[in-house]
Design a binder for this molecule. Structure first.
Ligand code: UDP
Length: 410
């Protein structure tokens, strides 16, 4: 039976507010999984790099769920591309800290390639099985990145190969990610498993649109919502260009953007986006809000008419699942995990490519058809039931058990 799990999340902490910097879906994933595991009686220790001076060494988030801040490199936020040299010290500290408590975990589950790399060291030194979730894959991001973005580093690609080769199991969020792992990295299918993340249905649930708008102080204009980190990958440029198109058919359309700059191009993307909104004369139609906790986000999903998500790459797309759980139809790019999260054309519409005109057309078709939106809304709520952290945790416990048994019999 699995009693103790160590999660490695070197480059970002589950305690951070998602929506800007390096904090996004992976942080939510680790936090939700840890809470759910702990509620089932599994002890969870998450190790993350100390990214500030004033962090407590260990934070007890709740019974059975602790976050450890490991000193490896400067106690400051540093770009992901500078973290590789701190992987080994991070891994050594994790091992020292775990051994100091003399309670070896049943399994280590690392997240993202940097932690996977650290995980290989931890696995070797402590002789424990290793599971790794990549969350995004360098080679896959490179396939659809915007023309002005730099490709992923060779170091990342090489490390991904090494982690895939050395892990006891590699976790994909969707069957498509599993295919990508095999096609682009030659992953061994026998060590691959697929487990979609979940949604907290206590937070993300349907509710009255007019009451949500009232709570948010929003008017009655048709409203499009974008939630995500501002970086080229997320396609905010497509959203803004599409809005100008949508205005041709729906002149009073409003757009809410929730998110902050993220990644090397985040700041310039954010500034360029604000300038583009002004230059297109869309200032009166757009509200840009800083990232906010899930409890506040839910009302934005309830208050909107359509969620737009023209991501250039997306390994899952939690935002699309959360919107569905709140009954909000989604217009998303036909890419990555979104193909599994949006049930086209029942819960939303998938658009091939990133031409703003195509995305605008799909949005307009929904804004102009309230009856269709209402049908989609009902279907989305039902569809979203398949995404549950309880099920994710259950699958992981089975997966961990299998890995432990295989490692024991090897
Ligand atoms: N998020 C949030 N507050 C915000 C913006 C985003 O809590 O203001 C959360 C969002 O609800 C979702 C996650 O950040 O749970 C983003 O995950 P997703 O898979 O959509 O994108 P990723 O960040 O992994 O690229």
């Amino acid at each position: 039976m699995i009693e103790r799990v160590v999660y490695l999340s070197m480059h970002t902490s589950p305690l951070l507010q998602p929506g800007y910097g390096d904090a996004g879906g992976m942080n939510v994933y680790i936090d939700e999984l840890s809470r759910t595991m702990a509620a089932r009686g599994v002890e969870v220790d998450v190790f993350t790099r100390a990214h500030a001076e004033d962090l407590e060494r260990v934070v007890e988030v709740g019974p059975g769920y602790r976050v450890h801040h490991v000193v490896a490199g400067p106690r400051a936020v540093i770009p992901v591309r500078q973290l590789a040299r701190h992987v080994r010290p991070f891994a050594d500290e994790v091992v020292a800290s775990v051994l100091a408590e003399s309670r070896k975990p049943d399994i280590v589950h690392s997240h993202y390639w940097l932690s996977g790399w650290a995980g290989l060291v931890v696995k070797r030194k402590m002789n424990v099985p290793l599971a790794n979730s990549f969350h995004t894959l360098g080679r896959v991001k490179d396939l659809t990145r915007r023309h002005d973005e730099a490709p992923e580093s060779l170091l990342r690609i090489a490390a991904e190969h090494e982690v895939i080769e050395g892990s006891d199991c590699v976790v994909a969020s969707t069957p498509l990610e599993a295919d990508d792992l095999m096609e682009h990295y030659g992953a061994d299918p026998a060590r691959l498993c697929t487990s979609p993340p979940g949604v907290d249905h206590d937070v993300f649930s349907p509710g009255s649109k007019s009451e949500a708008r009232c709570r948010l102080g929003q008017d009655e204009r048709p409203r499009v919502l974008f939630v995500g980190r501002i970086q080229p990958l997320k396609g905010i440029d497509v959203v803004i260009d599409a809005l100008a198109e949508i205005r041709q058919s729906v002149p009073d359309v409003a757009l809410t953007v929730i998110g902050g700059p993220s990644g090397p191009a985040g700041e310039s993307e954010y500034t360029t986006s604000l300038q583009a909104i002004d230059a297109a004369g869309l200032g009166d139609a757009v509200t840009v809000l800083d990232p906010m906790p899930h409890a506040d986000l839910a009302d934005h999903y309830r208050a909107a008419d359509v969620l737009v998500l023209p991501s250039r790459s997306e390994s899952f797309g939690l935002v699309a699942a959360e919107a569905a759980a709140c009954g909000l139809p989604v217009v998303a790019a036909r890419v990555g995990g979104l193909i599994h999260v949006v049930d086209h054309p029942s819960t939303g519409l998938l658009v091939t490519g990133w031409d703003p005109v195509d995305h605008a057309r799909a949005v307009v078709s929904l804004l102009c058809d309230p009856a269709r939106r209402a049908r989609m809304s009902r279907a989305a709520v039902e569809w979203s039931e398949r995404f549950s952290w309880q099920q994710t945790a259950q699958r992981f416990l089975e997966l961990y058990q299998g890995a432990v048994e295989r490692a024991g019999s090897a």
